[in-house]
Design a protein around this ligand. Sequence first.
Ligand SMILES: Cc1cc2nc3c(=O)[nH]c(=O)nc-3n(C[C@H](O)[C@H](O)[C@H](O)COP(=O)(O)OP(=O)(O)OC[C@H]3O[C@@H](n4cnc5c(N)ncnc54)[C@H](O)[C@@H]3O)c2cc1C
Length: 449
Amino acid sequence: MSKFDYDLFVIGAGSGGVRASRVAASHGARVAVAEEHRVGGTCVIRGCVPKKLLVYGAHFAEDLKDARHFGWDVPPNCRFDWARLRDNVLAEVTRLEGLYGQTLDNHQVEVFKTRATVAGPQTVRLADGRELTAERILIATGGWPFVPDFPGSEHAITSNEVFHLETLPQRVVIAGGGYIANEFAGIFNEFGSKVTIVNRGDAILRGYDEQIRDRLLQISMTKGIEFRFNAPFQSIEKQADGSLMVHLANCDPIPADAVLVATGRVPNTRGLGLAEAGVELDADGAVKVDEGNRSSVPSIYAVGDVTNRIQLTPVAIREGQAFADSVFGGKPTTVDYANVPSAVFSHPPIGAVGMTEAEARNKLGSIRVYTSDFRAMKNVLAGRNERALYKMVVNEATDQVVGLHLIGPDAPEILQAAAVAVKAGLTKADFDATVALHPSMAEELVLLK
Ligand SMILES: Cc1cc2nc3c(=O)[nH]c(=O)nc-3n(C[C@H](O)[C@H](O)[C@H](O)COP(=O)(O)OP(=O)(O)OC[C@H]3O[C@@H](n4cnc5c(N)ncnc54)[C@H](O)[C@@H]3O)c2cc1C
């Protein structure tokens, strides 16, 4: 008999924690998991899933307009009901939460619906003070929205609250330039809100290819989204009528009904007892781990956003799987972080994998760049003057495709398939040798000249 209550205690039932718990249990481990909010974590409850459903809902605004060009009679004043979409989305989230809970139950993982902290290298303390022991502890507590400190910041909401808004705000100010800021700008703009993105720097979507970022900026502005650059927040002032006034450096104040702060996410380690247990954290509070997801304390591991490697759900899931297979399944596995694809579900969306043109120039020196700048057939008939841009970055020395960057309708769907080729190290000649699938947008990838 083990001297511990569990073989593994997982703190956080999100993307990484649920996968690690389930797989460790399937390898025969006695597993418990604590979750202080809702099983499923950020992605399912207040991230990828509800966000993507809102993106679908938002895109109908354009589809309904375009439908007339395709012969459909659509009433000129189509009405959008925020409360109906919000409630349907939240109901779907609850359904998925139930499925995640069921998966844990089916694998005999014990779930504690409470906050847990680390009380020692092999001890966890629940919110009610109970202490439980485990041979190993896995920290999978994810990230938390970072809100800069300025007067009136309490009037702002974050992505945690945005899915629950009572009413659709007529005027929205969004702080930030990352993917969450741009995605919600697109969503609210399509719903008819007046949207302003406010950025303290001078660019959006750092890390993405410059031409693709520029294209999104141009299209977003054409659709009516406003941008303020080099304009850090100074304060938010509540007005007598309940609305807000946003004061910025270097710009006129902006009136708003809601202010969404999307200025990044920080590792969720505050008050967890990690430093006290001897776990080393980096300057941002992320748990420092080795290739095997092990922290500086040998019995404590960490996966997902709390380690601040790549903050994406599929990465957290892979890390959770690799941890469980390595530690409990006798199959040592590490995660390969090269060529992780990513998307921005803006209007239109972006999909990207591999090196940007600038990165490739720095790392490889000699490269070739191919672009296709085209109007999707559907947009042509719809009279929508919105151009897609596909960009391929090729290593001159080897002909290998080292980066693909797409913006246009369905770009993430197309990119996921093409990312297989980039991951496999295929060459431009391999793309050229593939016969086009016509008519499609994706065929541009094999016709680049
Ligand atoms: C608005 C938004 C949109 C996103 N969209 C995408 C997307 O389109 N694609 C994508 O790949 N990623 C997306 N992400 C990122 C994705 O959600 C995260 O990368 C992913 O959820 C990380 O998984 P995780 O297991 O590390 O943590 P999480 O999923 O955050 O899970 C951590 C869990 O731990 C719980 N917890 C924390 N502390 C404690 C404690 N002390 N005790 C008990 N429980 C605790 C939390 O309540 C949470 O449920 C999005 C994120 C946001 C915010």
